[in-house]
Design a protein. Structure first.
Length: 115
């Protein structure tokens, strides 16, 4: 059985039904999470549930480094620093969120991305 969202293999008995989809536990929790703000389908860019976290692409590594150095920045500022479009940035952020590498937070009344 395959997860409809991240396409990882689901062991028999571990599959979760969500609307018309079969999801792995990670994606199911993700889908049910009320704090979710990103496009859930963006996790397509995460290779699979099992190896998530070990296969950061270049942009994702840079994002994590910037967040580590700055302690949290706005998404727009991040896109500027990386010289990428906001839609691409949102995809990478969603993938990193799926790996639980970063989160959104409020700082001085503004939404920032931080580790
Ligand atoms: Zn999944």
């Amino acid at each position: 059985m395959q997860c409809d969202k991240c396409k990882c293999l689901i062991e028999s008995g571990d599959e979760m039904q969500y609307r018309e989809m079969i999801l792995c536990k990670n994606c199911y929790i993700d889908a049910m999470s009320p704090s979710r703000t990103c496009d859930p389908w963006a996790v397509y860019t995460a290779k699979s549930c099992s190896d998530a976290g070990t296969n950061l692409n270049e942009v994702q590594s840079k994002i994590l480094k910037i967040l580590k150095d700055t302690g949290g920045v706005k998404a727009e500022a991040l896109a500027e620093m990386l010289h990428i479009g906001s839609s691409k940035l949102q995809r990478e952020i969603a993938a990193l969120r799926h790996m639980e590498k970063l989160k959104a937070a409020m700082k001085d009344g503004e939404k920032v991305i931080c580790l």
